[in-house]
Design a protein around this ligand. Structure first.
Ligand SMILES: [Zn+2]
Length: 388
């Protein structure tokens, strides 16, 4: 397919210094190219072809690690999109339906992952002005307004040698990519941009995420952190953060059972399991009769597709005759339901389900209070005072 001839570079910044702010000028929105933040791939792209280049001398992670973490980052997003890909409604589009294929770098490659300064071309260096200012950056180089397909690079900065990422305040750790998990977090963030997800919230797509990730006061916590969901909660949720009396008198757990796991059933109900110190599980009850409260819904599209005039992918009927479409939605919602714990009377409860947290509220000792809370570990980490 023919790509547009002009060489359009587009940034999604992942570092605190914005080239656009230099000289005091700064514009928010109103970009010349309205499709600038579109996902690079929609339903007409069957396969995403990617390759990687690796500058061993300036990058702490080796080739095998880099290769593995790229595939993990793709898996992360595909899993997220699978959970939320429910929509054939007018004006909406799905993401992540493509097969992912690693190829040798060439003109047909959709995404070139570049690890370390030595992989950058002269033109890319000129464009980035000072690549050392970035921990990671995604550049869309081409966008075909007919097929709505993009092409570009994800650059992860060197962490050693003269061109390593800048650390002017001394707050960042050195040799970050010795930790493959940090590399994975960085790749997930940048790949999120490829899927059209802008900076938002305080999680993995936050504007300052990469700065936080490599912050020497936060990095230890990041290394311990599980990967959390971004769009929709996982279908299995655990928490060991249980108040002692509630654990005993509401959930009827025995002293060696300190955690609860909640699994979503196909019909929308939930199974509750006690988990003991040996990680053995026991079914303790159900959440049933769950129905959403219409006043307690907040839906946010994770990605928006600006429809170009020339596009040949969606029919006017599919776009709803609009010049934009909504991608997968992150849904915060409240539900009423009934908690049925073995050998106890049913209890009316309220569920607060967020993309990365889950809570059950109910009455205990004549007060409405949280009975079960699974908080976003990332949010907790970012709200915590640093350990100096
Ligand atoms: Zn970013």
């Amino acid at each position: 397919m023919k790509f547009v001839s002009f060489y359009l570079f587009l940034f999604t910044f992942s570092f605190s210094l914005f080239a656009g702010e230099e000289g005091g000028w700064h514009s928010s929105g109103g970009e010349l190219f309205k499709d600038a933040h579109n996902p690079w791939f929609v339903k007409n792209t069957n396969t995403i072809k990617y390759c990687f280049e690796h500058d061993q001398s300036s990058f702490s992670a080796n080739r095998a690690t880099v290769e593995l973490e790229i595939s993990k980052a793709f898996n992360y997003w595909q899993k997220e999109f699978e959970k939320s890909s429910v929509s054939n409604a007018v004006g909406t589009f799905n993401l992540g339906s493509q097969r992912i294929e690693q190829v040798s770098c060439g003109v047909e490659t959709d995404i070139v992952f570049k690890f370390g300064y030595g992989t950058l071309t002269k033109k890319e260096i000129v464009h980035l002005v000072k690549p050392e200012k970035y921990i990671g950056v995604t550049i869309r180089k081409e966008y075909d307004p007919e097929s709505l397909k993009g092409q570009g690079i994800i650059y992860i900065s060197s962490d050693k040698g003269v061109h390593r990422y800048e650390n002017p305040d001394g707050n960042l750790i050195s040799f970050a990519w010795k930790n493959s998990k940090l590399l994975l977090f960085a790749l997930i963030h940048e790949l999120g941009h490829v899927y059209g997800i802008p900076h938002s919230g305080n999680g993995v797509m936050s504007q300052i995420f990469l700065d936080q990730l490599l912050n020497k006061y936060l990095v230890e916590s990041f290394l311990k952190l599980p990967l959390e969901s971004f769009l929709q909660p996982n279908t299995s949720i655990s928490s060991c953060n249980l108040e002692r009396k509630i654990k005993t008198f509401v959930f009827n757990l025995s002293p060696n059972e300190n955690c609860i796991r909640i699994d979503v059933k196909k019909n929308g109900d939930y199974n509750l399991f006690a988990v003991n110190d040996k990680k053995e599980t026991r079914l303790i009850g159900f959440l049933k009769g769950i129905y959403p409260e219409l006043w307690d819904v907040n839906s946010r599209p994770a990605s928006i597709l600006q429809i170009t005039k020339k596009q040949m992918v969606f029919t006017p009927k599919q776009t709803g005759f609009r010049n934009f479409m909504y991608g997968p939605v992150s849904l915060d919602q409240g539900y009423r339901g009934t908690l049925m714990i073995n050998n106890s009377l049913p209890r009316a409860v309220y569920l607060k389900v967020r993309s990365n947290s889950f809570a059950i509220y109910g009455e205990y000792k004549k007060k409405t209070q949280p009975l079960f809370i699974m908080q976003s570990p990332l949010s907790i980490l970012l709200l915590k005072e640093p350990i100096l």
